[in-house]
Design a protein around this ligand. Structure first.
Ligand SMILES: [Zn+2]
Length: 284
């Protein structure tokens, strides 16, 4: 948990339940319930999406509608469940909410502020705007492809990319899998198969936790990772003579094994590593 906390914006269940406001304890997240409404307020303060381990499907699918906006499913199928009413109040009064998205059991990435912009009772869900620009979208409308791409790009920026980074860093214990650097502000989540290519999804088995230098060398084909997890540095780079960064930071990585997540389901997918390694080999 300490480790999770050290990679920046993440919050743990324990921290969230100890939150105080003007001397009053106001837990920001409820241990049992997905939607948090403190007794002192009449609207919800936060809602959450629980963590789904890699390789399992989430219990509720929070999908995008034709308007490009994400949907958050009601608690159960009764629109008048107290938790759904608390969220509806926040929707009716246009109140900002915190969305806690699960990164690991009991560890969350908070997104704030977000707004509920439609209450869709038939579908038992709310439409969520992740920022001021998404708030301008009329929920339920069919968007022109250009506009829709823009809305989806915002979702990627505000939610999918930070979530990918948080989940990958969490899986690798917040260290670079090549050099073991543990300075979280210098760590990034690299795609094994690049974003936008087939199978380039932002999921943990398509990710590697890498420091900025090793991310850049991996992306530029200076460093490759074999499907058996051995690091290879391109031949011409191995022959170069330069200062300590080249020598210790890059050349000495040649032949080392990358570190892997303890959780097998979070480990890099072998087929994807193979595809990427082939590209590295051909370019070299
Ligand atoms: Zn590194």
């Amino acid at each position: 948990m300490e480790r999770a906390h050290s990679h920046g914006e993440l919050a743990t269940q324990a921290e969230l339940s100890k939150f105080t406001f003007e001397g009053i304890r106001v837990p920001l997240l409820d241990r049992q319930r997905g939607i948090r409404k403190p007794a002192i307020l009449d609207a919800a303060l936060s809602f959450r999406t629980t963590f789904t381990p890699p390789g399992q499907s989430p219990p509720y699918e929070d999908r995008e509608g034709q308007d490009g906006l994400l949907r958050y499913k009601y608690r159960g199928d009764n629109p008048n469940h107290p938790e759904n009413i608390a969220l509806r109040r926040a929707y009716e009064h246009d109140l900002p909410l915190i969305w806690f998205v699960g990164v690991a059991p009991g560890v969350y990435l908070p997104r704030y502020p977000v707004w509920l912009v439609a209450d869709e009772r038939k579908e038992l869900q709310f439409a969520v705007a992740l920022d001021e620009d998404q708030k301008l979208i009329e929920p339920g409308t069919f968007l022109e492809p250009d506009r829709r791409r823009y809305v989806e790009r915002l979702t990627k920026l505000r939610l999918h990319q930070p979530l990918f980074r948080a989940r990958v860093l969490q899986a690798y214990g917040a260290s670079c899998s090549v050099c073991q650097l543990r300075h979280s502000s210098l760590l990034e989540a690299a795609h094994i198969i690049p974003d936008g290519q087939p199978r380039g999804e932002p999921i943990v088995p398509n990710g590697l936790s890498l420091c900025k230098i090793h991310h850049a060398t991996f992306d530029q084909g200076i460093l490759g990772i074999r499907p058996d997890h051995v690091v290879e540095v391109r031949k011409d780079i191995l022959a170069e003579v330069d200062g300590p960064m080249l020598r210790h930071g890059i050349q000495e990585m040649h032949g080392r094994l990358i570190s892997l997540p303890r959780d097998r389901a979070a480990r890099p997918d072998r087929d994807r590593l193979e595809v990427r390694y082939e590209q590295f080999r051909k370019a070299a």
